[in-house]
Design a protein around this ligand. Structure first.
Ligand code: ATP
Ligand code: MG
Ligand code: MG
Ligand code: MG
Length: 344
């Protein structure tokens, strides 16, 4: 029996381009199993959904396109045929629970995290509050809204300087792929960085900068999630910014990461605790800082729909743990079917 899988990609997000690459890999992965029939649905940058025929062209070309100029959101008729949805969307309006809410109301199973985990996983302020609640060690931070900042900018700069110091990182609360993130070293950079971050999201977070190795761990499962082998990312840039992430050759993945056994174990335990803290299901990639000098593991964040190209960390970590790319795609679909509870 064939399973019609609605592959959602693109999206009204700063990570639209990344999604095109993830979706292409996932379509190939799903295509390995004769059970699966992939139906692509491209979401334009303006949020308009395209039918599978037009979406297939975009998927194959791998470039953003504006093919429906109606400006109107409507569900393509083919959406009614879908048995299970696979959102391959990153960032706002896709990784943040909005699309998950719609899929939930459509009463069809969907891959990955539900509404709650997606929403809190995307919002760095709420995510960190839940991590703190779960007792996970993390960097010091200050949460700030555009409105608060505009009221008394000087007071906020002083507060940030005394509580965090420099360098610090300014981030939009809801985004990914390092879009809108700046590393700042003085007050004028701080001001410019908050300006920039608030153009992406009215909520921002400012974090104390740490000098650390960057470690990532993948999580897979619903009620009894498993942690993968642990990986490390190295690069020569100032930090792991957008360019470093997506320019081939600028960053290296090391799997497994060369770490003391106790550190690896701590990372895996913390990855599962983080996944559970946000009520995760399906998948998650948990990012860490390992401060070698003090042998401290700090949690940075969870990504509830991590990059999913064949060379991305998430599938690479599972490959090293014994699950091939196409098996991983199938497992995620199976986990979606397992979790699905129809609305009664
Ligand atoms: P992703 O693509 O993983 O979703 P993101 O946009 O959510 O990324 P972060 O993972 O929070 O962003 O940060 C991106 C990068 O910025 C980190 O991988 C790291 O290189 C650097 N960075 C962020 N916060 C800190 C910090 N507090 N101290 C040192 N480096 C940091
Ligand atoms: Mg992230
Ligand atoms: Mg992300
Ligand atoms: Mg990250």
């Amino acid at each position: 029996q064939t399973l019609k899988i609605g592959l959602l990609f693109g999206g009204q997000s700063g990570e639209h381009e990344v999604s095109l690459v993830s979706a292409k890999s996932i379509a190939q992965g799903l295509g390995q199993n004769p059970r699966n029939q992939v139906m692509p649905f491209y979401i334009q940058k303006d949020g308009v959904w395209c039918d599978p025929e037009r979406s297939l062209n975009v998927l194959e070309a791998g470039k953003p396109e504006q093919i429906d100029n109606s400006g109107q959101f409507k569900l393509p008729a083919a959406a009614n045929e879908v048995d299970v949805w696979f959102p391959a969307l990153h960032g706002p309006n896709g990784e943040d629970g909005t699309v998950q809410g719609m899929l939930q109301l459509m009463q069809k199973p969907y891959v990955g995290n539900g509404v709650l985990a997606s929403a809190v996983g995307m919002d760095k302020v709420l995510m960190k509050a839940l991590f703190a609640q779960a007792g996970l060690a993390q960097v010091k931070y200050v949460a700030l809204s555009r409105w608060q900042w505009q009221q008394e900018p000087e007071e906020w700069y002083e507060h940030i300087e005394t509580t965090l110091g420099y360098p610090c990182f300014v981030k939009p609360a809801n985004l990914g792929s390092s879009v809108g993130i700046s590393k700042v070293r003085d007050r004028s950079q701080l001001e410019a960085a908050i300006h920039s971050a608030t153009s992406y999201d009215p909520r921002v977070i400012i974090e104390q900068g740490v000098t650390a190795r960057e470690i990532e761990c993948a999580v897979l499962g619903n009620e009894q999630p498993k942690a993968s082998i642990v990986g490390e990312i190295t690069y020569n840039s100032d930090f792991y910014d957008y360019e470093t992430k997506y320019t081939p050759g600028m960053a290296d993945l090391h799997i497994p990461a060369q770490l003391p056994e106790t550190v690896t174990q701590a990372v895996q335990d913390m990855a599962i605790a983080a996944f559970e803290a946000v009520a995760g299901s399906g998948l998650g990639r948990v990012d860490f800082f390992y401060v070698e000098a003090s042998s401290m593991v700090l949690i940075n964040e969870i990504n509830t729909l991590p990059g999913f190209t064949s060379t991305s960390m998430y599938p690479k970590l599972w490959e090293a743990s014994g699950i091939s790319f196409h098996d991983l795609c199938d497992r995620l679909v199976d986990l979606a079917l397992e979790r699905h509870k129809p609305i009664v």
